[in-house]
Design a protein around this ligand. Sequence first.
Ligand SMILES: *Cc1c(COP(=O)(O)O)cnc(C)c1O
Length: 348
Amino acid sequence: MDRYRAWLPITDATPSISLGEGATPLVHLQRLGAAIGLPNLHAKVEGMNPTGSFKDRGMVLAVAKALEGGARSIICASTGNTSASAAAYGSAAGIEVVVVLPKGAIAAGKLLQALVAGARVVAVDGNFDAALAVVRALAARDDHPLTLVNSVNPHRLAGQKTAAFEICDDLGRAPDALAIPVGNAGNISAYWAGFTDYAMAGIVERRPRMLGFQAAGAAPIVEDRVIEHPETIATAIRIGNPASWRLATAARDESDGRIEAVTDDEILSAYRDLARLEGIFCEPSSAASVAGVTKLARVGGIDRDALVVAVLTGNGLKDPDTAHRLAGGGIIEAGASVDAVRGALGWR
Ligand SMILES: *Cc1c(COP(=O)(O)O)cnc(C)c1O
């Protein structure tokens, strides 16, 4: 917030409640990029934020502005990471945090982050879209004043623009293409706004093509219709009626970009490749960006020498169950002796 305060709605009355969000690494994916024919592929590793996802960039500003306005309580619906972030920043700000979650559809780590931080967690019998409708209605009442901190809160998107600024500052230019998972569609809209701010100020010459990726079972923008029962292992993007739908299609169209679908198998394959070729453990939803560029590169949809940045939105440690299903059979048991371990490894 401090580094980019000139670009943000920060005043002298806005409290600073930073937990160290932002300034995340931009990593050159040398082995994975070579394998898919994109030698200039980079990853913006947003899992390095304080609560392990990009949500912190917008949450810090949304909570600071709520405090500035005298709020005592915040509320959000969440597929998991928004609640983890709201719980952390709400705790740091000393205010009440209420999160409404789709029951049984939240990755274990994210739910525990909210609970340990002391948020009041309500699990509803419905999906994310239903939870969002409930919190929007609750925040509109005045019997219990609540500030809504979902990405329909404009401060969330304003704070999230800082990731686009960082990428341009690190590269000394804007990338040719930005690949990003799309759920509620706030982040793709925020990046586009950030690149636009920098281009209008003359800091970068051109803006990137925006390449958004939805999971095939939860692809309302791709199919151009609301999906009543979105399904995917990528729970952070399991959304059937995105709040920032129009902003996302505007970003796509103004940038000559695309929003396409990737299957769960393609997502899991990118998730594994990121860990095995690059040492980066992201959550399944995040891998949708790399799954998408892999697919586009294969059909010639991206120039071989394009400078591409894929956003890895969250940390893999949040979703141990998916990791376990994929790799849990990999343990070799042995006695605690040199011979037994050598034998188990087949080194006889
Ligand atoms: C929230 C989130 C997304 C989706 O971002 P939107 O702004 O809702 O499109 C993707 N990946 C992760 C890890 C998230 O937490």
